[in-house]
Design a protein around this ligand. Sequence first.
Ligand SMILES: [Fe+2]
Length: 212
Amino acid sequence: MTEQKDNNRFQHRVSLLESHIGFKLETILHHALRARDSYTLEHSSRVVSLAEVIGNHLKLGDHDMDVLSLAAGFHDIGKIGIPDNILLKPGHLSGDEYEGIKAHPSIGANMLRSLGNQLLDEVADCVLHHHEQWDGKGYPDGLKGEQIPIISRIISVVDAYDAMTTTRSYRQQINKEDALKMIKSESGKQFCPDAVQVLLEICQDGKRPLPK
Ligand SMILES: [Fe+2]
């Protein structure tokens, strides 16, 4: 069922992009990312799914929902440009390696902007800022609070939630309740309070099982 839903979302993004730029960009990038780093592809697909739920709760309009879906799907596409010894390293990154991986939002934004399409320019802005933090301590530009596009703020929270609840080679996943507690403790610091509140509401109102 989830696989079917993911497939429907993927097909929606394929059609959306095809109608805007005339070729199957989503399909091309999907295969490129799968070839490079299948974890990032699966992670991005889960981020789309939960980001869309949060976007709906925040009552984003249709256009912003389209930008959100595309930006969530492409948020880490710039990792295609990160060397294997950093991207696929089975352990903690050194300071220099971490600096290298911090280039991925700019690489991704530049890839999307290179197509010269208005919709993808908007998506690129949101991809560029998905590692900014509410308190201004993020990257690449150190934007603060509402200077950060709302779409990037939503992706940031969902990205962290999915990363925490998934096992990677260098760390074990934590349970969903503990992940939500950690995210709540970063509300107004790393994360946008509105996006955190909606994530907590949809996970804790008893009407919806914890995502994933
Ligand atoms: Fe990222």
